[in-house]
Design a protein around this ligand. Structure first.
Ligand code: CA
Length: 434
């Protein structure tokens, strides 16, 4: 069976854009065309598509009759929810039209006036996020963190049967660039008799991917694993900021709460499932001896094509580094395929009890770490629970984040014979606790 994620002319590496900055652009060549919501200056928010150093105003394109009629109405809204809810055929037709408009020289005169310089635009959340759920599918992260608490038994017995997750908080998700205020809360140091209420002393980031829900499902109607990909509109980067001292004190018995919900940062561009078609790879095989996947989560097509050839990176710059003109230092780099479950499996599992997923809902994968320290996706792992600080080029060191630190997540998808595409940045700076 052929799935809709086959490639077409929009992925052709020979296709170029008359927007010069798009050709060879690290993130946004014409083969990408990610959607976002932006404001040019003080103007109202509208849907746009990133192309090189510019963003194309889709609301303006719709008004000028440049888009397919059924997509035009959806592109006039100030959020992507309706477009995400649209059938795959509509989304693919819109992508084809945008690719044609931005590559055909004879379209330039009609389209050029609807471009804005990206750096002059304000980027908003791409959708009204009704619900946010965070999973825990990064098996090396789960093992590393588990080992800190249970050296002999890092993974709990359910891990290889259930895509573990918890319901997060949508209200505190912010786009890249919005500063993160250090949280305050209860913490109890192991040798203390009682907790204190204070600013977080073990502030951390978590490198994750965000999965945007497309059409979704009605309450009571699960999403079969064979159809899960139809319900994934695209991916972004997600930084699940974490207060480790508060997490350790509060997480039992019901799991993460205030240690996680004070702020989550996302990259504002949704790289669509269509754009990611060339970068699908096989899900890494399970280690010998692992339990078989339960039938409701098993689809041979998903096992063969359900992972992505995406490289993830984290960079840190401190206030002192910026003062000294020192470039951000890379903390880690690793493949996004270090996930025990595919994104289709987490969608299907989430809906398997009848829970309804809505267009624009956001799922986090959980922290994605490589097996080796150069690919660890959090400071908790990089510093072995704070015991071995990271050394920075100017002589500073970090066990956890200090005020003024800035974390930037980035990602690129790579495949032989195709033009690489990127996700843009997910960046935020730590502000002091009030
Ligand atoms: Ca997380």
């Amino acid at each position: 069976m052929t799935r809709w994620w086959t490639t077409d002319e929009t992925h052709d590496p020979a296709r170029t854009s008359w927007v010069d900055s798009a050709n060879g652009h690290a993130d946004f060549p014409i083969q990408n065309l990610p959607y976002g919501v932006f404001s040019p200056g003080d103007a109202p928010a509208r849907i746009g598509v990133a192309i090189g150093d510019h963003v194309l105003d889709l609301a303006a394109c719709a008004q000028s009759g440049l888009l397919p009629a059924d997509a035009a109405t959806l592109c006039g809204e100030p959020a992507l929810n309706s477009l995400m809810a649209a059938p795959g055929a509509l989304r693919r037709a819109l992508r084809r039209q945008l690719s044609d408009l931005l590559s055909a020289p004879d379209a330039r005169a009609q389209v050029e006036g609807k471009l804005h310089t990206l750096k002059d635009c304000v980027l908003h959340l791409p959708a009204r996020i009704g619900d946010y759920t965070d999973f825990y599918v990064g098996i090396h992260h789960a093992t590393n963190v588990g080992r800190l608490f249970r050296p002999d038994n890092p993974l709990l017995p359910n891990y290889k049967y259930v895509p573990i997750g918890y319901h997060g908080r949508a209200s505190s998700i912010r786009p890249s660039g919005v500063p993160m205020v250090r949280s305050r809360g209860q913490r109890k140091m192991p040798d203390a008799d009682a907790p204190v209420f204070a600013p977080c002393a073990r502030l951390d980031y978590e490198l994750e991917m965000g999965v945007w829900i497309g059409p979704g499902n009605a309450l009571g109607t699960p999403i079969p694993i064979t159809q899960a990909s139809d319900h994934i509109a695209g991916l972004s980067l997600l930084n699940d900021w974490s207060a480790r001292d508060m997490q350790a004190w509060e997480y039992q018995p019901l799991g993460p709460f205030l240690a996680k919900n004070f702020h989550s940062s996302i990259s504002p561009w949704i790289v669509t499932s269509e754009a990611l078609a060339p970068f699908r790879i096989a899900q890494p095989p399970r280690p010998q001896g692992d339990p078989a996947i339960l039938p409701y989560l098993l689809d041979p097509q998903d096992q063969a094509h359900g992972a992505f050839a995406i490289t993830l990176e984290v960079h840190l710059s401190t206030a002192a580094m910026r003062d000294q003109g020192i470039a951000p230092v890379r903390l880690s780099s690793g493949p996004a395929s270090n996930m025990y479950w595919t994104i289709a499996q987490i969608v299907t599992h989430h809906a398997s009890n009848g829970c309804n997923l809505n267009p624009g809902d956001l799922l986090g994968t959980g922290t994605i770490s490589a097996p080796t320290p150069d690919g660890y996706g959090s400071l908790l792992e990089l510093t072995d629970g704070g015991r071995t600080p990271v050394m920075l080029p100017n002589g500073e060191q970090r066990s956890f984040l200090c005020d003024g630190d800035e974390i930037t997540l980035s990602a690129r998808a790579l495949a032989d014979g195709f033009t690489p595409i990127g996700f843009g940045e997910c960046r935020a700076r730590v502000l002091p606790s009030p």
